[in-house]
Design a binder for this molecule. Structure first.
Ligand SMILES: [Zn+2]
Length: 430
């Protein structure tokens, strides 16, 4: 039954023909950095794309700690001295206008053991660490390295593109408004090499200036399209709309949004008196430490939140031919994901540990079974490594990867809609 339905959807022009045009349309809004207005316009466009389906679209705007950078400068003072490229982390702490003059400690990759080995040397100095491929079993996230640097008394934090010839990257510091923190920025591969060379002589001195400004009253859009079923439970398919401004945020996450739109076109007619409701949700300010979905879920009444039975989160679902479901410590999701893989004839791996790297993490924190579907897990050499960089452009995405992600999402959605309330509740078991 499921197999035939999925095959028929994948041959149905009304479902599939829009997949790549939607993907390109989302990329055409720009990088969709929250605060730029591009994410907000793309969100309204996506709700418009769903308007022909039998359901109700709505948009709410939730507050988040907006911020923008007015000026950032990094200068290597030792050696011959020169200006180095840098891109401040979102919500970096500001320096005095004239900048800070600091000694720099090279912590290599910046793992726990590197921080421990450096010990007291870190206090009052700038530290240099390396970005790691984020979708790997063993990786240490930027924000954890940043938090470690803050905890050990560092005066500034620099994180380097680790790939030869690699350019600047973007990411959030995770620092909330009014919270303490330190100035922090990405540096490109060449800048890191220059810094490291001087640090190896024991003489690396830098001047680092970041001048940021709070965006008071910043709002993140959340678009919800609700297709009501006959039972109180709701199955969510979610994808974040916002991105970074170095490129078009194609992988991360035009891929997920376009697949969610196509899945909605196929699944909407399957919602009935017998099924749970289907909700397609698009979040902005995901790249801001997952703020948009966090605020959205917090402001829901308890009973509304309790009706959410499952979050299927699509984030970076193409860029490699492998797909993995990150199960957020919900072991009961494994059998369900495997069943969907069989029904859709798509190979899908699972990874059980909680990985707070997309909006599914906020659903999971509220006890809602939630997982993120991601391409390229444990494949640091895949095209997925272009996320957060100027390489995150539409040209690196292959249509067959998009079709595969859609196929699997149809299986996941269809099986979830067919589950009884008891079966959905059983996914919570931990
Ligand atoms: Zn993402």
């Amino acid at each position: 039954m499921a197999e035939q339905l999925i095959e028929s959807w994948m041959r149905d022009g009304k479902v599939v023909d829009g997949l790549m045009p939607d993907f390109h349309a989302i990329c055409a809004f720009g990088g969709r950095r929250s605060g730029s207005g591009q994410d907000s316009r793309a969100l309204d466009w996506a709700l418009g794309r769903l308007a022909a389906l039998p359901g109700q679209g709505s948009r709410v705007d939730v507050p988040y700690d907006g911020w923008h950078c007015r000026r950032a400068e990094l200068t290597l003072l030792s050696g011959n001295g020169r200006r180095l490229a840098c891109n401040p982390l979102l919500r970096s702490m500001s320096t005095p206008a004239e900048g800070l003059e600091l000694e720099l400690v090279d912590l290599g990759q910046g793992r726990e053991e590197d921080f421990m080995r450096a010990g007291d040397q870190i206090r009052g100095r700038a530290v240099l660490v390396r970005h790691e491929y984020p979708f790997a079993a063993t990786h240490m996230h930027r924000r954890r390295k940043y938090d470690r640097a803050v905890a050990q008394g560092a005066a500034a934090f620099l994180i380097a593109n680790p790939w030869e010839g690699g350019g600047l990257m973007s990411g959030s510091s995770g620092r909330g408004r009014g919270q303490p923190g330190i100035p922090a920025a990405y540096v490109d591969y060449a800048a890191a090499a220059a810094l490291r060379q001087e640090a190896a002589k024991g003489t690396a001195r830098i001047r680092f200036a970041v001048l940021g400004e709070e965006d008071e009253n910043a709002q993140a859009g959340v678009g919800i399209f609700q297709i009501p079923g006959g039972r109180p439970g709701q199955v969510f398919i979610t994808a974040h709309m916002d991105g970074h401004d170095l490129a078009q945020s194609a992988l991360d996450n035009a891929t997920g949004v376009a697949v969610a739109l196509a899945a909605a076109r196929a699944l909407a007619p399957q919602v009935s008196d017998q099924t749970a409701s289907l909700c397609i949700a698009f979040f902005c300010a995901e790249e801001w430490a997952l703020s948009g979905s966090a605020r959205y879920l917090e402001q829901l009444p308890d009973n509304a939140r309790a009706n959410i039975k499952l979050d299927i989160n699509l984030d970076t679902v193409a860029g490699d031919d492998s797909l993995t479901a990150l199960l957020s410590d919900f072991p009961a999701l494994e059998g369900y994901v495997r069943q969907a893989g069989q029904a859709s004839k798509v190979a899908v791996d699972t990874w059980l540990p909680f990985m707070p790297n997309s909006d599914h993490a906020n659903f999971a924190r509220h006890g809602i079974p939630a997982f993120r579907l991601v391409a390229g897990f444990n494949r640091p050499d895949s095209r997925v490594r272009n996320i957060l960089s100027a390489g995150d452009v539409p040209g690196i995405i292959q249509e067959r990867e998009m079709l595969q992600a859609l196929r699997l999402t149809l299986g996941l959605g269809w099986i979830a809609l067919r589950m009884s309330d008891e079966q959905l509740d059983a996914l919570k078991a931990r």
